[in-house]
Structures are given as C-alpha cells and as structure tokens.
Ligand binder design. Sequence first.
Ligand code: COA
Length: 175
Amino acid sequence: MNLRIIEKEDMPQFAEWANKPEVLGEYNPLRQMSRTEVEKMLENPSDLKPFILEKKDGSKIGFIIHFHVLHLGTGTKQLEIGYALVPSERGKGYCTEAVKTIVDYLFLSREVIRIQACTDTRNLGSQKVLEKAGFKKEGTLRKYLFIRGEWRDAYLYSILREEWKEPKILTKTSE
Ligand SMILES: CC(C)(COP(=O)(O)OP(=O)(O)OC[C@H]1O[C@@H](n2cnc3c(N)ncnc32)[C@H](O)[C@@H]1OP(=O)(O)O)[C@@H](O)C(=O)NCCC(=O)NCCS
C-alpha cells in the first residue's frame, strides 16, 4: 500500500468519495459537496490535507486526511486525522497501515506533540484501527457527531509523541 499526497488529477475521485454514502460508511456525517467546493477546500493550505491510499498495482482504494482543530481561547491547534476506504478493500489491514504511516509522517515532519481522531462509539472497525496504531482512548464526546438525523456520542483518541517513540513504517531517510 502506498500513501501519497492528493494531486489535481485525483480531485474527481476524491469529490466522488466525499459524497458517497457507501464510502463514508454508516458512521460519518453525509454531506454533498460540488467539485468546486472540494477544490476550494483543498486549496486552503492550513486546512485539510488528503492523502490517497493506493495499492501496489496503482488502484486507488481510499483516503486519509489530516486537519487542524483550533482551540480559540488559546489559539492552540491540534492535528486530527480521518479516513475511509472503498467497501471492497476493507478488512485487509490497509487502514491500519495507512494510519501508522501518517502518524510516522506527521511526527517526523512536524513539531506536533499529539495526533487525535474521533469516531462514533459504534464504529468498532475504526476503534480497532486506532488501537492497533497505538492510539489511546481519552473519553467520550457526548452527542458530538450529527449522523443520519441524530446526535451521536463519539470517542476521542490520541497518540502522543512520547508514546509513538519511533517510526513504525517510515524511516527518517524515507520522509
Ligand atoms: C473503519 C475503516 C476505515 C477500517 O478500515 P480497514 O482497512 O477495514 O481496517 P483494517 O483492515 O486495518 O482492520 C483493523 C482491525 O479492525 C477490524 N475491523 C475492521 N472492520 C471492522 C468492523 N466493521 N467491525 C469490527 N472489527 C473490524 C479488523 O478485523 C482488524 O482487526 P484484526 O487485525 O484483529 O483482524 C473502514 O471500515 C471504512 O472505511 N469504514 C467507512 C469509513 C469510516 O467509518 N471511517 C472512519 C471514521 S472515524
């Protein structure tokens, strides 16, 4: 599996995934975004960074994103990740590998002290991925996500730099 930063030619595919209930799964909020909205969102450098997950044969199987969560009171920015795979490629270990890779990349390339993720409390697959990648559950965010017409509780997970210790997949020279 390869993880690479999104390119212009991936935009139509990313826009399609971002609008597709089958790809977002049962535990992600649904939204409809035009290609132009997706492009604008991706042009904002401080906002959202998508990476495309590709199999060795070059087929695109999903995405992983990182974005900033801002604490307005202090101006503190934390990094959060999110991900989704096309249904036919789930359960094969790809997302665990992708999360480990992006964690390596972020800790190697930035001075961040934590990376966080939040997931619907029913989303067992996502929780397992995070735990396998070394994240710890911090607690419950009550009625945090609006999904399919109801406010859902979510778990907040994080991994701290001191827990990560060293790269698991990337090496310092392969950054
Ligand atoms: C959640 C998701 C990203 C998991 O990706 P994946 O590539 O299938 O996960 P992996 O194959 O790396 O699986 C990791 C572990 O979770 C388990 N797992 C995966 N899906 C599961 C599910 N639905 N229920 C329970 N366990 C599950 C796997 O069996 C594996 O455990 P094991 O190593 O002990 O066998 C994928 O199901 C998906 O894209 N879902 C829709 C989008 C989504 O929910 N994104 C997350 C939003 S927070």
